[in-house]
Design a protein around this ligand. Structure first.
Ligand code: ZN
Length: 456
């Protein structure tokens, strides 16, 4: 394994980029084989006098070291008080009632130890923030990149919403535990990992067009370097401990970089917009959606195909036409009317989209198009490579392969609506302002995806 793929270096790598004075809330990152054996010592060092060790987890059975992981964690701690979030037999959801219950039952702890995957860690980070608790997170799956940062994704009014919470003081990543996680969680983590290619390409585009002045190529390079170290090991996922450790390293770096950059742009572009739209569509009908990373992986292929479409069709002499506000607003409201006939969802999205339109300058766009072919050759994500890697990992490449599946109508709506969701600029916005985001263009993108076994 190369130095880049060595998990214990993630915190040092991020410190090197943000400088010695940068205040990273995550104090300790402890990874590796048998990392769990250090739990007792880490909790003792982190604990504040006067309160018990409270262990927050959910009812999902977790196994590692041939035994029940929750029992293994509790046995390493001094008189721990377990708190189980959610209802046994149901997937834990970070809705307001579940979060409020966790906050109430962890109050007064001397240290909070959260044991679980993305959702439970998001709940734990909110409980630690609201109760002002020192916090140790024991990550149980390499499923998302959200463990190592100071934000949580909660389900508010049926919509997944990113809210500020708090960095864990300590993140413990035990390799054997991750390798024993449910395979679909690891595959989803791989889907979330590859979003660095499409997300950072969108971020670079936003930088070129003067929409995001915070673009940092060094951060994008760090994240894509870690992801590129995992791609050759995709076929060894989810069973190989080494491949899962490399995946966890890439995801941890992603979380740290987004936390330090104060925004998710380094790893959240068009592919995350499509995934959020699928979540919103499912939430509006009260139905579950697929795992975040599984959706993101499928949608990253869509984003890569949009890049391919523009590389084939967009010429330096193309006419630039930034949409006029009244027409654009009508288009956004119409896109969300089916989900929320009251119009509040459409209005919220319009606020973001309007800000994006106002930041677009026709002169800058026209100048950029003269450089587009060469720039895009270097910046564009590689569709075939990403589709091949997802397939090798056994991860879905089509919306119809998701569990539960997103049907063709819903998937197409999410693709078409991706540029209208928010203020962040992505490749589909370039298609919109150059007249290449018609129904025929979306058909062409779907045809491109079908040729690599991806898409609907
Ligand atoms: Zn993600």
């Amino acid at each position: 394994m190369t130095a880049v793929a060595e998990p214990s270096n993630a915190l040092a790598q991020v410190r090197a980029l943000f400088g010695p004075s940068a205040d990273i809330g995550l104090r300790r990152l402890v990874t590796g084989p048998k990392a769990l054996d250090r739990l007792g010592e880490l909790v003792r060092e982190t604990r504040r006098a006067g309160g018990p060790i409270v262990v927050l987890t959910d009812a999902t059975l977790k196994r590692a070291y041939g035994t029940d992981l929750t029992t293994a964690v509790l046995s390493r701690l001094d008189q721990p008080k377990p708190v189980v979030a959610g209802t046994p037999g149901h997937a834990t959801v970070a809705d307001p009632a579940t979060v409020a219950d966790a906050v109430a039952r962890t109050a007064g702890a001397g240290v909070l130890v959260t044991l679980g995957s993305g959702t439970i860690s998001d709940i734990g980070k909110v409980a630690a923030a609201r109760n002002g608790l020192p916090h140790v997170v024991v990550q149980t799956a390499a499923s998302v990149n959200g463990y190592a940062n100071d934000h949580s994704v909660l389900l508010l009014n049926g919509v997944k919403t990113t809210v500020p919470s708090a960095w864990p003081d300590v993140l413990l990543i035990d390799e054997e535990t991750l390798a024993g996680a449910p395979p679909e969680l690891t595959r989803a983590g791989f889907g979330d990992l590859i979003s660095v290619y499409t997300g950072s390409a969108d971020w670079a585009l936003a930088g070129e067009l003067g929409v995001d002045h915070g673009y940092r190529p060094d951060l994008a390079r760090l994240l894509s370097g870690a992801a590129t170290a995992v791609l050759p090991q995709a076929g060894a996922l989810p069973g190989s401990a080494a491949a899962v450790a490399a995946l966890a390293h890439g995801l941890t770096l992603g979380g740290l970089v987004m936390g330090m950059a104060g925004q998710t742009a380094p790893s959240s572009g068009t592919e995350h917009a499509i995934s959020h739209l699928l979540d919103m569509a499912a939430g509006a009908t009260g139905r579950p959606h697929a795992l975040h990373g599984a959706q993101v992986g499928v949608a990253a292929l869509v984003a890569a195909a949009i890049w391919d479409h523009l590389r084939a069709r967009l010429t330096p002499s193309a006419r630039v036409d930034v949409p006029e506000e009244a027409a654009a607003r009508a288009r956004v409201l119409a896109a969300f009317a089916g989900l929320d006939p009251g119009g509040a969802m459409g209005e919220r999205c319009w606020q973001g989209y309007a800000a994006k339109l106002r930041s677009l300058d026709a002169g800058t766009l026209t100048e950029f198009l003269t450089r587009w072919p060469a720039w895009a050759d270097a910046a564009a994500p590689r569709l075939e490579a990403l589709a091949g890697a997802l397939r090798q990992a056994g991860a879905p490449t089509r919306f119809s392969d998701l569990d539960p599946a997103a049907n063709a109508e819903r998937a197409r709506w999410a693709i078409a609506t991706a540029p209208l969701l928010r203020a962040r600029l992505g490749i589909a916005d370039l298609a919109v302002v150059t007249g290449l985001w018609t129904e025929a263009d979306i058909d062409a993108v779907l045809d491109r995806l079908a040729r690599v076994g991806a898409g609907l």
